[in-house]
Ligand binder design. Sequence first.
Ligand code: SF4
Ligand code: SF4
Length: 388
Amino acid sequence: MTKAKVYYTSARSVVWDVNYSLPYKYEELLARAGLEKYISSKGKVAVKIHFGSQGCFRTVRPVFVRKTVDAVKAAGGRPFVTDTTRIESLEYLEVAAYNGYTHLTCGAPVIVADGLFGKDAVTVKVPGAKHIQEIDVAGAIYHADAMVVLSHFKGHIQAGFGGAIKNMGMGGVSPHTHCGHNNRGRLHSVSATPPEWQKGKCTYCGRCEKVCPTKSITLKKNESVKVNKDLCWICGRCARICPEEALSMPITSERLAIHIAEASKAVISTFKPKKIIYVNFIMEVQPECDCMPVADTPVVQDQGILISDDLVAVDRASLDMVNRAKPLPQSRAEDNGLKEAGEVLSKVNKRDTNLTIEQAEKYGLGSSLYELIEIQSKSSAGKTEQHI
Ligand code: SF4
Ligand code: SF4
């Protein structure tokens, strides 16, 4: 069976020559992966990132976004840097700027893909879907000619890990559409309804009220926690961070993986074949998602950058690499007593990290069989490639 090609460069730089630095090796990686093949002349190219959040700063570093934008321009494309609404859009653009993503730093406009009000989206059907038969894909992604998906590879409390698949399935759809139905909220729970509060479990710590991006939660000390159903985007953050499980949005890990795969399929279907390329940054691998209000210390050492046009292969190769890495001290890995390599993200989040990949493969989004091609330096430094 044909293996998908995954181009990789290590995060290590041991030669004192700029051609061996990670940003320059990344330039080579883009060239070797043949970025220009995916870009049409004057085509609008979405450079999809995650802006992060207030308090969560361990996102893809702006220097790599800039390198991507430069490469897209050199290939004749017209890039824009984008993410979908996670909090109110104007505020989210401020978060983007705090985390280093501006027109000046990225070299291209930085925009919210589903618009200023988070409602610019197009309904896309998912043939053969079990649960998400249709979903609203963010307008700027839907209409783009090509896309370069830059994903920070790290943990995730619900899915175990977040990489390219999740950046497509969750990150490519709008949370707050006009119809109020086909939005990201559908992916987070079985019922697609706002979280239920259980008074008996609540300690009135106030964390849910603070983390809510839409100010939907009103807490009255020792009395009640009320969720405004009209404002709630069903993002699930409050339920995820509640230490007492007093807010519930029921979903199994397997069901979540299916939802993400089906939504990813919808996003991919809006592009012609061979118009999307995926880049995973296995750096600052914090245990949780970049939309949480903090970023803990990394659980494994930086591994490097991987590129492929196969969505499943790039995540499989990234997860294998993290699984082989030794857990780091002074991190959530040490808190969990982990000392030896093996399934670190699975263990710190107590989730099966294979599920997302398995479901994405089942839905035909790519192959988990891959060939890793290591790039060791920028080509001007001489010999650059090794097959692993
Ligand atoms: S986070 Fe949980 S325990 Fe704390 S106030 Fe909210 S519902 Fe209650
Ligand atoms: S799910 Fe919770 S955190 Fe998210 S918008 Fe609704 S109330 Fe707020």
